[in-house]
Design a protein around this ligand. Structure first.
Ligand code: 2HG
Ligand code: ZN
Length: 481
């Protein structure tokens, strides 16, 4: 360690205590690489504060010393937002010890959680009080609330409950320089000027460090009906979504598209996953209805709606789950697609969203392009079709050369994202920008949007110490941090 680094570690130790600063290479290593192994960096140290006051004092010190601070929560992100650059001059600020549920008010349907709480911990706290916290994503056993807030996470319940942004009532944020925005309101209505908290949601730690948030809770679902339906094409998925919304009185909480390729990958790589509808169907959807009214006959309703869809030809085959075990098996098939893709080899990932009605035409244009231009890859397009969000991923074919396949990434990304734009969509639906999509934001955001984003960044973080180079490229004046 250089003299400057050890001096800083000592001053951080004064704020955080001896066990609050990691400097040994082996201790820091897990914080310096993302879970997909796509982004790696180096750091001066890793700080592990326990309180908002420690975070605030740390940010005051880092602003004075012009040290870049990289907030990191569960480190499950897809775009490298929580990984430092390779200069070795930035500080990783892990939120993992800020992990308390501070308050839960069942009567007010609200909960206050610190940023380092694991998502499943928040879900369980709500459930123990007879309430429901609806954010649900594959990594919920390890991702943390601060990261979910900072990337405005989505997942499988967005159709009914919205994204993370829609669940937030208030935020506590430590700002560069050390001030703290104390905004843990649990009010449903509060129109007092600009909605400042909104700017931190999806900002990926570039404006300040979210240390806690107050959330809406909902009544616990009491009944669920879950089915897998095989479909002739993506257009049928959009049609079925409309039919089910109408037939169920809008009880749909999840509507997930699963292509045949994903069923093949999960049954091949994930122990215990089987295909509930063998028959080589090109597309399926996992649909789930739910209600907080126990007496609601959702199974019968879903069965009837799917039978009618079968008659009309929207659906080719369907299976309803008859037990919690069968339901869990279906969800396992869906949730383990990313893991199965990893076992299969490299993949090119595109987290895109489109108006739901545009999805069929988009896939009809984009899928043949992939077949013609990526001979060593296979399209695995799946995801939250009810929200218009597809993970338009391409998996390396078995036996293909990994490096040659990955060398196609830039060209494929350009073709996919340009087509997404042509269809009025977004190149970043729920995984954020991080460091990997900074160039994409520059290409697809309008000059006015970029100018406003840069102005916001300067207003909140004039010295550019907050997660430098993420979301927006560093400005020359802030190049030191
Ligand atoms: C999902 O919906 C996640 O499973 C991960 O957002 C998507 O790995 C992916 O591309
Ligand atoms: Zn997803």
């Amino acid at each position: 360690m250089t003299a400057a680094a050890s001096g800083l570690a000592r001053r951080l130790g004064d704020i955080l205590g001896a066990d609050g600063v990691l400097t040994e290479a082996a201790d820091c290593a897990p914080f310096l690489v993302d879970h997909l192994g796509r982004c790696r960096g180096r750091a001066l140290a890793v700080a592990l504060p326990r309180t908002v006051s420690e975070v605030s004092r740390l940010l005051a010190l880092c602003e004075t010393e012009r040290i870049g601070v990289v907030p990191q929560a569960g480190n499950t992100s897809y775009c490298g937002g929580g990984i430092p650059d390779d200069s070795g001059r930035q500080l990783v600020l892990s939120l993992k010890r800020l992990n308390h549920i501070r308050a839960l008010d069942a009567g007010n349907y609200s909960l206050v959680a610190e940023a380092g709480c694991i998502l499943s911990q928040v879900q369980q706290a709500a459930e123990a009080a007879g309430r429901f916290f609806p954010l649900s994503i594959g990594s919920q056993g390890s991702c943390q609330i601060g990261g979910n807030l900072s990337t405005n996470a989505g997942g499988v319940n967005v159709l009914r409950y919205g994204m993370m942004r829609d669940l937030v009532l208030g935020l506590e944020v430590a700002l560069p320089g050390g001030r703290v925005l104390e905004g843990l309101s649990t009010l449903r209505k509060d129109n007092t000027g600009y909605d400042i908290k909104s700017l931190f949601l999806g900002a990926e730690g570039t404006l300040g460090v979210i240390t806690a948030a107050s959330f809406k809770l909902f009544p616990q679902p009491q009944v669920r009906a879950t089915a897998l339906a095989a479909l002739p094409d993506v257009r049928a998925a959009v049609t079925l979504l409309g039919e089910l919304r109408a037939a169920s009185g809008d009880r749909i909480s999840s509507f997930e598209l699963i292509p045949r390729a994903a069923i093949e990958l999960t049954t091949r790589h994930i122990p215990g996953v089987t295909d509930p509808l063998p028959g080589g169907n090109e597309w399926s959807v996992l649909c789930e209805l739910s209600s907080s009214r126990a007496a609601e006959p959702l199974d019968a309703l879903l069965e009837e709606a799917l039978a009618a869809a079968l008659e009309r030809g929207t659906v080719r085959d369907a299976v309803l789950t008859r037990s919690e075990r069968e339901r869990a098996a279906l969800w396992k098939l869906r949730e383990s697609i990313p893991e199965a893709q990893r076992h299969e080899g490299a993949s090119l990932k595109h987290d895109i969203s489109l108006p739901v009605v545009a999805l069929p035409d988009f896939v009809a244009r984009a899928a043949p392009w992939i077949s013609a231009n990526v001979p060593d890859g296979r399209l695995v397009a799946y995801g939250h079709v009810g929200d218009g969000n597809l993970h338009f991923n391409v998996s390396q074919l078995p036996g293909a050369d990994r490096e040659r396949f990955l060398a196609r990434a830039d060209g494929v990304r350009r073709a996919v994202h340009d087509l997404v734009r042509e269809f009025g969509g977004s190149f970043s639906a729920e995984h954020g920008i991080g460091v990997l999509k900074v160039g994409e934001l520059e290409r697809y955001a309008s000059p006015v949007e970029l100018e406003l984003m840069r102005a916001v960044k300067r207003a909140f973080d004039p010295h550019g110490i907050m997660n430098p180079g993420k979301v927006l490229r560093r400005e020359a004046a802030a190049a030191d941090a």
